[in-house]
Write a protein that binds this ligand. Structure first.
Ligand code: NAG
Ligand code: NAG
Ligand code: NAG
Ligand code: NAG
Length: 270
């Protein structure tokens, strides 16, 4: 049994270590602390199954934002992805005695909200091609700016170069996530008609949780001053004016611009 695991682990190590072209998660460190090998094995097994099921490499070819084509393509793909994900969490519990795991996109989809994804799979599957193409086009090319007020605040607080760059990167990431959320909801409204309300709420809860995790990760390291006002605006439970005052109008304009860009890329659909 252990040899089998070792092979998987080796395969993982060989496949891994490549740069992600789009923003992805950064939670892996979290549950590695107690039992270094065990959880990595469960994770490797899961990634290996992903490769076998979907013929693509999880680390480099699967994306959490937007929802990946592989899993929303159709119901059988969703089920395949989720049954493997559930096995991963069983493995963590049974083999590694890890009962508490942090939020992850796959856990959200397969454990917390599987029924909702399953019920709305037709809408998600119909909207997927627009999300992958048009939404990605818009969201990869939105203009991202940081307000003068926040630039001033970073100077006042004497942010290091590294902190500034983390702030900028995180802000970009939030813009990218928010854009995909708005865009997917926009497409759902156009295409799903009857099931639009339900499907929108599936998408919203996924993106909301994703953004909450972004915030939690910074907050845990006591770095939440690196979370921009725009990030706060789009993250549930956060106050856009918490660190810099009077940001509502600026963020309104940013979101309006984003919505206009989305609308114009889909003007052909109208
Ligand atoms: C990955 O990215 C880092 C910095 O983001 C860079 O230093 C490194 O060379 C990159 N590696 C590859 C294989 O592209
Ligand atoms: C689901 O989509 C995959 C392609 O990603 C295809 O091979 C498979 O036949 C589809 N399954 C169903 C039930 O439509
Ligand atoms: C915020 O805006 C209000 C009204 O426009 C103004 O009175 C206040 O001084 C502003 N606060 C800051 C910190 O800029
Ligand atoms: C921001 O937009 C909201 C509606 O989206 C509006 O109610 C509010 O007045 C706007 N605030 C500013 C300062 O522009």
């Amino acid at each position: 049994m252990f040899n089998f695991f070792t092979i998987i682990l080796f395969a993982l190590v060989c496949l891994g270590y490549s740069n992600k072209s789009r923003p992805r998660r950064h939670f892996d460190e979290e549950y590695r602390i107690n039992t270094p090998a065990c959880d990595i094995v469960c994770e490797a097994q899961w990634k290996n199954e992903f490769h076998a099921n979907f013929h693509k490499i999880y680390d480099t070819e699967y994306f959490e934002i937007p929802l990946d084509t592989a899993i929303v393509k159709n119901r059988s793909n969703l089920k395949m992805f989720c049954s493997s994900t559930i096995q991963k969490y069983t493995c963590l519990r049974k083999e590694c005695k890890i009962h508490r795991t942090p939020w992850s996109a796959e856990k959200h989809i397969c454990v917390g909200h599987f029924d909702n994804f399953d019920r709305n799979i037709n809408c998600l599957s119909h909207t997927d091609k627009y999300v992958q193409k048009e939404c990605s086009n818009v969201c990869n090319s939105i203009k991202i700016e940081i307000s003068q007020a926040e630039i001033d605040r970073m100077a006042e607080m004497e942010f290091t170069r590294q902190e500034k760059s983390e702030f900028v990167e995180q802000n970009k990431h939030c813009n990218f996530i928010a854009c995909h959320q708005l865009c997917h909801e926009y497409v759902i409204n156009k295409i799903c008609i009857d099931s639009a309300v339900a499907a929108r709420s599936v998408v919203k809860s996924y993106y909301d949780s994703y953004l909450e995790r972004e915030y939690t990760a910074l907050n845990k390291d006591d770095q939440d001053e690196l979370y921009s006002s725009f990030c706060r605006r789009v993250t549930p439970g956060q106050d856009e004016n918490a660190y810099t005052a009077n940001m509502t109008r600026y963020n309104n304009l940013t979101l309006d611009r984003m919505k206009n860009d989305i609308r114009s890329v889909f003007s052909i659909l109208d």
